[in-house]
Design a binder for this molecule. Structure first.
Ligand SMILES: Cc1cc2nc3c(=O)[nH]c(=O)nc-3n(C[C@H](O)[C@H](O)[C@H](O)COP(=O)(O)O)c2cc1C
Length: 303
């Protein structure tokens, strides 16, 4: 099993780190990109989904959407979501031409609005559509890596080995991210997440599998890697509590002890969010970093 410290290398020569920031709509943008890139706490960016519904967005619109990610100078995975195969494939082509090193198809989002519109996690009910769309995207981007983001099922984890995995294997995407909850479970606690992910790994032989779900500490990442045999990890919410989490995971895999985040460092970081982020996000980060009931958070509120 490769260590998570070496890069993933794809057929066209593209390299991506194996410790990736999970995409987060409403978070992975503006201040977040600027601050975490500035500290070198990430080695690549993964955009949240871009919804493709009524038509293929014009190149100028796609360029404007990608710009903040490309401006970091780091490799960018662009994520798209929708129902129309041809539009998704054409959007993937344009995004790759505009500088995204890889394109990812979201078949995981559990938001009721998205699911009602037959996008995101709802696509898991149509595995043959997933295979067809991944194949069309692969043809369209001419050899650049194409990935897919999945949950373990729509209603039940059994769907994964009974029908989702075979469709995905048929399409041979370059990487597959699996979040171990079903769409209907949304973010409920799940007691057997690693067991589910280990069976998903087994059901996707020869494919690069990126693990997702409850990666809050370096120990969680190590446990997922060792127990499930995933090729890479993509923590998401854990980064909100510890924006340095990916570096801490890297250090842990190297055998180094992660450094404590001192209160001075937290306040300095919050100062950067005050400078660059909207007020609601400043408050969210202050609550995450300081603790909602702490005297430090109360002091932050009074500033
Ligand atoms: C606020 C928020 C927004 C998210 N947006 C996306 C998204 O745009 N695309 C995606 O593939 N996953 C998205 N996710 C899912 C995460 O990338 C990840 O798969 C999920 O949160 C489980 O990992 P975690 O337990 O480490 O957070 C989002 C999660 C959160 C909390």
């Amino acid at each position: 099993m490769p260590t998570l410290l070496e890069p993933l290398i794809f057929a066209d020569g593209t390299q991506l780190p194996r410790i990736l920031p999970g995409p987060m709509e409403g978070v992975t943008a503006g201040a977040w990109l600027k601050i975490l890139t500035g500290h070198r706490w990430v080695d690549a960016w993964w955009t949240p989904f871009l919804r493709i519904s009524t038509g293929v967005p014009r190149r100028s619109r796609l360029a404007a959407w990608l710009q903040p990610y490309l401006a970091t100078g780091l490799p960018v995975i662009a994520q798209i979501m929708g129902e129309d195969t041809a539009r998704l494939a054409e959007t993937a082509r344009r995004l790759h031409e505009l500088g995204a090193v890889a394109v990812d198809l979201n078949c995981a989002c559990p938001s009721p609005v998205v699911v009602r519109n037959h996008a995101g996690g709802e696509r898991l009910r149509h595995p043959e559509w997933i295979a067809k769309t991944l194949q069309a995207m692969k043809q369209s981007v001419g050899g650049a890596p194409v990935g897919v983001k999945l949950r373990i099922g729509y209603e039940s984890p059994e769907e994964f080995s009974s029908c989702i995995a075979s469709a995905v294997c048929e399409a041979k995407p370059d990487f597959v991210t699996v979040h171990f909850r079903t769409v209907q479970e949304r973010y409920e606690p799940v007691s057997n997440g690693l067991e589910r992910l280990a069976s998903a790994r087994t059901a996707l032989p020869k494919l690069v599998v990126i693990g997702s779900g409850d990666l809050f500490t370096p120990q969680d990442a190590m446990a997922m890697h060792e127990y499930c045999g995933v090729d890479a990890v993509a923590p998401a919410r854990g980064m909100l509590a510890n924006p340095r989490l990916l570096v801490d995971i890297t250090k842990f895999f190297r055998g180094e002890a992660p450094r404590n985040f001192t209160i001075q460092e937290k306040n300095q970081l919050l100062g950067e969010f005050v400078m660059y982020a909207p007020r609601h996000f400043q408050l969210q980060m202050a609550a995450n970093l300081l603790g909602k009931n702490s005297p430090e958070f109360n002091a932050f509120l009074r500033k």
